[in-house]
Ligand binder design. Structure first.
Ligand SMILES: Cc1cc2nc3c(=O)[nH]c(=O)nc-3n(C[C@H](O)[C@H](O)[C@H](O)COP(=O)(O)OP(=O)(O)OC[C@H]3O[C@@H](n4cnc5c(N)ncnc54)[C@H](O)[C@@H]3O)c2cc1C
Length: 399
């Protein structure tokens, strides 16, 4: 690998690839190297998501998520259209199972309206039955603009754009250390290093390590949360036409286990949200000593576990019992039984947690000298990637 570049991007997930594309569009003719440690791009969160293009309902008005999800979804649909990547506006329902959830549904409606989510409307029980005949609830929000896509295909297409603009995308290349150097940043990988005029780190579940080593604030830290799915048996997929979501727990930044018809026609139930001992815990009980030690020694994770022990116990129950996982989903889809499901895929969220134990909801970006670090890019960062990339590229300007 050459030892100099105007820009270096660490991380070949959808955010890093979108940032690389944006930087080359702003600085035509400059040199850029994107380094991904895995042999394949999009091997972590980007390749293990629900594949939902979110419309922007849930997020606090004024937050980065609210702004960037609505514009990011619009741009993503346009991008997929231009590149011939299939993206379907299937729509979704967020269903209140009983009256106790109505005030939270009202709040979601307020947020969605404030965020200018297109086409949002309220349904009663018969409106739910018209759209999802097997679902039950007292009221729902319908979002016709929510869709599905294969984010891995989007990531591959962004990588092709980067190469076409003269950038280099290098896989199997882990950046082990970074340090400021004259006029830029030195990034070490294996036994070599590369000098970049500016570096952007989009390292997903590993984002805190390089950031803290470069002098960024010590918090937030990443705590990995495994999200497991069940698949519906092919003959039972007709239970779900598009996407059925619960009203989420307002204490947690996760959207709750939902039923989604994916771009390839499968129906998935999930994801769960279990704190785990490895940042790549695709198998449930994988432990990595360094990951585990970092989670246990971070005061935020202990405070989080104490504050949310009930939710933690529920997630453990779901991890060990398919029946328990399905029982929760039956509140919205009463005909579903454990026998209708098969084991499904899993992803691991890189969720930022503050020292006081709060789960950081919004995107977080820190700058240290001539580097920008994306410290928290959870859902809907895949949906928002094109818009988020512009914001991150803005951070590289000046200074
Ligand atoms: C279960 C699950 C479901 C989700 N569902 C949705 C959804 O439906 N819709 C949505 O919009 N979002 C969803 N998300 C969130 C979305 O997947 C992420 O927000 C998004 O993919 C983040 O992209 P990223 O590029 O930041 O991270 P990643 O895709 O994780 O990429 C980070 C990359 O950095 C690489 N890397 C790390 N450290 C180094 C290093 N030192 N050197 C080189 N490379 C390094 C990693 O190998 C990885 O490939 C979901 C996430 C999960 C886990």
């Amino acid at each position: 690998m050459a030892d100099g570049s105007d820009f270096a991007v660490v991380g070949g997930g959808i955010v890093g690839l979108a940032v690389a594309r944006e930087l080359l569009a702003r600085h035509p003719g400059s040199s850029l190297t994107l380094m991904e440690r895995e042999p394949r791009l999009a091997s972590h969160q980007t390749g293990h998501s629900s594949g939902v293009i979110h419309a922007g309902i849930y997020y606090r008005p004024g937050s980065l998520k609210a702004r960037l999800c609505v514009s990011g979804a619009r741009e993503l649909y346009e991008y997929c259209d231009e590149r011939g990547i299939e993206a379907r506006r299937e729509g979704k329902l967020i269903i209140a199972a009983d009256d106790s959830e109505l005030s939270r549904l009202d709040e979601l409606e307020r947020r969605g309206t404030a965020n200018a989510v297109p086409g949002l409307r309220r349904l009663d029980a018969s409106g739910i039955a018209d759209l999802e005949p097997h679902a039950r609830g007292v009221a729902a929000l319908q979002s016709p603009d929510t869709g599905v896509v294969d984010f891995r295909a989007v990531a591959e297409s962004l990588a092709a754009d980067v190469r076409a603009a003269g950038g280099r995308v290098v896989t199997g290349c882990e950046v082990s250390a970074m340090e400021p150097s004259a006029g830029g940043v030195e990034l070490r990988h294996g036994s070599s290093s590369i000098h970049a005029g500016f570096a952007v780190v989009c390292a997903g579940a590993w984002s805190d390590r390089l950031a803290v080593s470069m002098g960024a604030p010590s918090e937030p830290r990443i705590v990995p949360f495994r999200g497991a799915y069940l698949r519906l048996r092919p003959e039972r997929r007709s239970l779900v036409r598009a996407s059925i979501y619960p009203v989420p727990d307002p204490e947690l930044p996760f959207l709750g286990a939902h039923l989604t018809r994916t771009i390839d026609g499968e129906v998935l139930l999930g994801p769960s949200a279990l704190m785990v001992g490895a940042r790549d815990a695709y198998r449930p009980w994988r432990l990595r000593p360094r990951d585990l030690a970092e989670t246990l020694s971070w005061p935020g994770s202990r405070r989080l576990a104490m504050a949310h022990w009930r939710a933690g116990l529920r997630e453990i129950r779901h991890a060990v019992s398919r029946r328990a996982f399905v029982a929760d989903a039956r509140r919205l889809l009463p005909e579903l039984t454990a026998a209708d499901t098969l084991p499904g895929p899993a992803g691991v969220r890189g969720q930022a947690v503050a020292r006081d134990g709060s789960l950081i909801d919004d995107f977080v970006i820190h700058r240290t000298g001539r580097a920008v670090h994306v410290r928290n890019a959870p859902s809907p960062a895949a949906t928002s990637a094109l818009a988020l990339a512009r914001l991150i590229a803005d951070e590289t300007e000046g200074g």
